[in-house]
Design a protein around this ligand. Structure first.
Ligand SMILES: [Zn+2]
Length: 115
């Protein structure tokens, strides 16, 4: 499953950034359209992966970048959540372009800091 390997990759990244004694409460991820991530599948994968781990209960927020469309007929450009779309002006099928970006944007960390 695509989403599971993404979740594993994320967990590795998170652990590389986590301060000693820090507990992960949440994280946010930005993914390009070409990653074709199913948000529900990713949330499930994250939960399964962190079930018996210190990261258990942390919340993963996903920001998906839209597809960028360009029309070969009239030169129109627009963005959409759909990979297949037609130009609103002349009706020609578009040429979609999506990013393969996968970026860990932020982490919410809790620490046991006495006092
Ligand atoms: Zn057009």
């Amino acid at each position: 499953m695509h989403e599971f390997s993404i979740a594993e990759h994320l967990l590795g990244q998170v652990r590389g950034h986590l301060p000693p004694g820090g507990r992960l409460r949440g994280l946010s991820l930005r993914a390009g359209a070409a990653q074709a991530i199913d948000p529900e599948a990713l949330a499930l994968a994250w939960r399964a992966l962190t079930e018996d781990q210190p990261e258990r209960g942390s919340v993963l927020a996903l920001e998906r970048l839209p597809w960028r469309h360009a029309c070969a007929g009239c030169g129109g450009a627009w963005t959409s959540d759909e990979a297949l779309d037609a130009c609103g002006a002349c009706g020609l099928p578009s040429r979609p372009r999506g990013d393969f970006e996968l970026t860990l944007l932020s982490m919410e960390v809790e620490t046991d800091d006495p006092g």
